[in-house]
Every structure is written in structure tokens, then in C-alpha cells.
Design a protein around this ligand. Structure first.
Ligand code: SF4
Length: 355
């Protein structure tokens, strides 16, 4: 791997971005509690990633404590980023996770710089901060604490029920700064969920986490995305999903259609071939012209979902709180992060940035 040479006392100009050199200790760990997983512990040089200026995302800064994700969603748009590490975008993405073990300390230093404008920071926009590794490494409590103490507003997007562990810390932080939490729940059928995103908790468990966050007084929305054509997109399925989201007390719901960018599409299509071969021709037709489903499909979906959002009281009323804060500070940007959290639009075109 490109970053094998990040081991102690090496100095490689091709270092993984964000790694320290030459003292960027890399230790690869396998442990019985995490069968089939390898954690590559690294020392990061930076914690805050600046979002490219051209991005339309409603934030300019992100933090990604992990690279790779054991939630293993077949449609995950972040998969190709693993190839930069000379790992593959398939199983390696799911099972070989890079852990920035010093991310909280580095972040703390960055937040105390006089130049830091306390702009919104988004977590969970590229890989999931509450994936299973977080149970072992506990990086999020330090990150939350550093952000709150520096009066930096932040958002957290996750599929992980481990979020529950940090609800008290998030609620404390929310007394100091704006904190927006969102849970991503795309699939409400357990059987389908266990194959298309095999490392994730069930929808029921995630909804219970939403309820716990709301009971603690946190804002917590649900990202109903990606909606999978012919698998989760019937009006009945959408109505049922939104009813359950509403019953969990979610603050709002956002939706979007499946986005299959190059590097992700082959992996997803392999899954489809294994699990739903009868849908292959339909998907080939839908995604024959690119990564997006055709506008007609998206328009039809939106026309069916929007009335349901209204009916279930899940329209986002507080939509631009973070966007206003973020844009007020107007930084220049130049970084690698793609993603969006709580400020997302329900526009289908905004969705590809989401996991
Ligand atoms: S979509 Fe999110 S939760 Fe799923 S594998 Fe990618 S980063 Fe992890």
C-alpha cells in the first residue's frame, strides 16, 4: 500500500493526505472483537478539511476521523476514495479502515488558531463517524468537546446507533453551540437492509436512536436516502417509512434518489446481480446516461414524496439555520471533502453528496 511507508522512521513524499511525516506512526490492528476488520492507525497532520469553493454544500469545513466504513453500503459514494490508498473500493473499503487516532488533539490546535472563524463543521459527510470502529477508538467525544469549547457550530450525520453513547455530550454541546444531528435511514425492510448495507444497524434501531436524541432535546432529522428504484420507491413504502420517521419524533426528513457515480456503479450492480437479477435491465436503463436517474424519474418521485412529507409533518422548517451561519463567514475553500449533512436540500440533485 502507498502508506506502508508511513511506519515509524520513514519519510515518504507520497504520504496519505493528512498523515504526519516522518513520525506518522502507522499500526495495523486486527482484533477478535472486530472479525475480518483491519484498523490502520495513523497520525493526522490536520483534522479540518476545507470544502472546495466550487461546492454548493451549505458548509465549508468537514472532519472525517475514519477512512473506509464497516457499514459497507453497496451504494456508498465514498468507495472510490479508498483507491487513493491503493486499496480497492469494494471489500477493502468495508474492512480496512484508516483511523486518525490523534484527530481530536489536532482539531483542538486548529480551533484555537486566531484565523479560525467558527464556521459550521460537518461530520459524517464522507465516511461514518459512528461506524463500528468508533466503539473501540472513541474519537467523537474529544471532537465534540473541542468543537463545543471553541464555540464552533457543527452537524453530525450517521447511520450508527453508537451515536446514542454521545447523546449527553451532544446535548451539552448544544447548550453552547448550534448542533444538528441527522440519522441516515434508507431501507426499512430488514431483509433488504441486511444485504444492501450489511454493516448497518436496522431501521428500527436507528429510529430508536432518533427518538433518544429528540428526547434529549436535540434536533434530529432523518435522511431518507438513497431511495432505491423499484426496491424502496413505491408510494406505500415511502408512506410507511415517513410514518415511522414521524413516530420516532424526527425533526424533519430529506430524500433523494440513488446516485451511482463511476467507481460505485460496478460494485452496486454486482450486488444487484446477486440479489435482484430481475432488476438489472431496469437499472441499466435508468443509469445508462450517467450517475443520476433520469429527470422524469426524479420528478415523479418528488411529486409523490412531497405530499407525504407534508402529511407526516416532516418538512424541514428550520432549513437554513446552519446555511446562514456558514455562509456568513464566507471562507475560501480548497479541499477534498464531498458531502452534506443537516443543511441538505431535498432536491434530488443535491443528494449525490450524501451517503
Ligand atoms: S454510505 Fe455512509 S454509512 Fe454507508 S458505507 Fe458509506 S460512509 Fe459508511
Amino acid at each position: 500500500m502507498r502508506w506502508d511507508s508511513q511506519k515509524l522512521s520513514t519519510d515518504d513524499a507520497n504520504a496519505l493526505p493528512g498523515l504526519g511525516r516522518p513520525a506518522g506512526l502507522v499500526r495495523s490492528v486486527r482484533t477478535p472483537g472486530f472479525a475480518d476488520m483491519t484498523f490502520h492507525e495513523v497520525l493526522a497532520k490536520s483534522a479540518l478539511n476545507q470544502v472546495p469553493a466550487s461546492s454548493e454544500m451549505p458548509f465549508h469545513w468537514t472532519i472525517n476521523p475514519y477512512r473506509g466504513c464497516s457499514h459497507a453500503c453497496t451504494y456508498c459514494f465514498a468507495r472510490p476514495t479508498h483507491t487513493y490508498l491503493e486499496l480497492n473500493a469494494g471489500e477493502d473499503f468495508d474492512k480496512q479502515v484508516v483511523v486518525k487516532t490523534n484527530v481530536a488533539e489536532v482539531l483542538e490546535r486548529e480551533l484555537t488558531r486566531p484565523s479560525w472563524n467558527r464556521e459550521l463543521v460537518a461530520l459524517g459527510t464522507n465516511t461514518d463517524p459512528y461506524q463500528r470502529a468508533e466503539g473501540r477508538y472513541r474519537l467523537m467525544p474529544g471532537i465534540i468537546d473541542a468543537l463545543a469549547r471553541s464555540h464552533t457550530p457543527f452537524s453530525v450525520l450517521t447511520k450508527g446507533t453508537l451515536l446514542r453513547r454521545d447523546i449527553p455530550a451532544l446535548a451539552d454541546a448544544a447548550r453552547e453551540v448550534s448542533v444538528d444531528v441527522a440519522m441516515s435511514i434508507a431501507v426499512y425492510d430488514d431483509e433488504l437492509q441486511s444485504t444492501v448495507e450489511p454493516g448497518t444497524p436496522t431501521a428500527t434501531a436507528r429510529l430508536a436512536t432518533v427518538a433518544a436524541a429528540r428526547e434529549a432535546g436535540l434536533e434530529c432529522g432523518v435522511f431518507l436516502m438513497p431511495i432505491l428504484p423499484y426496491l424502496t420507491d413505491s408510494t406505500e413504502q415511502l408512506d410507511d417509512a415517513l410514518r415511522r420517521i414521524s413516530e420516532a419524533g424526527a425533526s424533519y426528513a430529506l430524500f433523494s434518489t440513488l446516485y451511482l457515480k463511476p467507481g460505485v456503479k460496478p460494485w452496486f450492480m454486482l450486488w444487484l446481480q446477486r440479489q435482484h437479477p430481475e432488476l438489472l435491465p431496469a437499472y441499466e436503463r435508468l443509469y445508462s446516461r450517467g450517475a443520476y436517474a433520469p429527470k422524469e424519474y426524479q420528478a415523479d418521485l418528488a411529486a409523490r414524496v412531497r405530499p407525504l412529507l407534508r402529511a407526516h409533518g416532516l418538512e424541514r422548517r428550520r432549513a437554513v439555520r446552519f446555511e446562514e451561519q456558514s455562509r456568513a463567514a464566507a471562507p475560501t475553500a480548497n479541499a477534498h471533502s464531498r458531502g452534506v449533512a443537516a443543511g441538505a436540500s431535498s432536491s434530488p440533485d443535491a443528494a449525490p453528496m450524501l451517503f
